[in-house]
Design a protein around this ligand. Structure first.
Ligand SMILES: *Cc1c(COP(=O)(O)O)cnc(C)c1O
Length: 359
């Protein structure tokens, strides 16, 4: 029986990537060394890192005036490093509050400066993205921070906000590389790797180079994007294994036809699952239809008392890690790039069967 892993993160990786990593684990391409054993400044690893960056630039069509950084500390560390690197002489930053992850970003930013919550969807329990025309943006803000896919609430942006001259910052941790994005409309894009890129421990950050000079004087060197950019992310030892696996994932994505092709597949998978939820009287998803995430699909059962049986049966059917986030309960199916269509088909089939027999 095939197993399908619906974990929100760390999450499923493409099977061919794991296979290749296994083959190369102890001896990378005849070098006699594991990637884990290589000097990050040796020619082998430098080639691995350079290829990973080049493939990522191809996938996302990253313009030349943007730096790509491979960092550590997770997206959570960037919640602090964003104000440290971007506030500069500005008095405050704008934040759009759409759920748990934007809330955490706001909390951290308040340690460094004033935060203006320019829009919030708290009035309807963070089940939608506030319409852009309602955002109370400050033209003097240092930046506008968005979380463009709320992993816990399952709320996704399907537009790129227009913030004028104020740089747009986007936490794309749980949907980066799921579809094409216009990088040039952003100041900073960042993502923890463990959702849609690779193993935990690697954080990707893409930053427009004119923003690198705003960094606060007392920012530690390894957390200064400028210093990391000047050192090709090798100011200190980078997360070499994470960069290697991410590079294999980027290669895999290129082989799949790139982001336009993967976006098509992601849309098909998500539509299948939402249709199954909407067509049933047992399952429900609370998110506004136009903001439903194609990566993270939370759903509840009509009666919470059925949750344990649902999860038990799912596991027996090879459908793993469907339990919802501890803060919201219910179920959550994360259907990242590496989740094949057959995995979603198996889930939908199980859901229908469960409804017929237990619902
Ligand atoms: C998982 C996640 C984070 C936190 O990532 P860490 O690597 O645990 O710090 C932040 N933002 C979003 C949108 C996430 O999905």
């Amino acid at each position: 029986m095939s197993l399908f892993n619906f974990s929100a993160g760390p999450a499923v990786l493409p099977a061919p990537v794991l296979q290749r990593a296994a083959e190369e684990l102890a001896n990378w391409q005849g070098s006699g060394m594991s990637v884990m054993e290589m000097s990050h400044r040796g020619k082998e690893f430098m080639a691995i890192a350079a290829k990973a960056e080049a493939d990522l630039r191809t996938l996302l069509a990253i313009p030349a005036n943007y730096k790509v950084l491979f960092l550590q500390g997770g997206a959570t560390a960037q919640f602090s490093f964003i104000p440290l690197n971007l506030l500069g002489a500005h008095k405050s930053a704008d934040y759009i509050h759409t759920g748990e992850w934007s809330k955490k970003a706001i909390k951290e930013a308040r340690l460094y400066g004033a935060v203006n919550v320019a829009a919030s969807s708290e009035d309807r329990n963070f089940s939608y993205v506030p319409e852009e025309r309602t955002w109370q943006l400050d033209p003097d803000a240092a930046y506008v921070h968005t979380c463009t896919n709320e992993t816990i609430g399952g709320v996704e942006y399907f537009f790129t906000p227009d913030t004028g001259k104020v740089p747009l910052v986007a936490d794309m941790s749980s949907h980066i590389l799921s579809r094409p994005v216009d990088i040039s409309r952003h100041g900073v894009i960042y993502a923890g790797a463990q959702k849609n890129i690779g193993p935990a421990g690697l954080t990707l950050l893409i930053v427009r180079d004119d923003l690198l000079d705003r960094v606060a004087a007392n920012t530690p060197s390894v957390f200064r994007w400028k210093d990391q950019a000047d050192n090709d992310s090798m100011l200190n030892t980078p997360p070499t294994w994470g960069i290697y696996i991410a590079g294999l994932v980027f290669e895999w994505l290129l082989e799949q036809g790139g982001l336009a092709a993967i976006a098509q597949r992601n849309q098909t998978k998500a539509e299948l699952l939402y249709r199954a939820i909407d067509d049933s009287s047992l399952y429900a998803n609370p998110v506004a239809v136009e903001n439903r995430s194609r990566m993270n699909v939370p759903f509840t059962l009509r009666d919470e008392a059925l949750d344990a049986d649902f999860l038990k049966g799912a596991q027996a059917a090879g459908l793993m890690q469907l339990k919802g986030h501890r803060s919201v309960g219910g179920m959550r199916a994360s259907i990242y790039n590496a989740m094949p269509l057959v995995g979603v088909q198996a889930l939908v089939q199980y859901m229908a069967e469960f409804e017929r027999t237990q619902g």
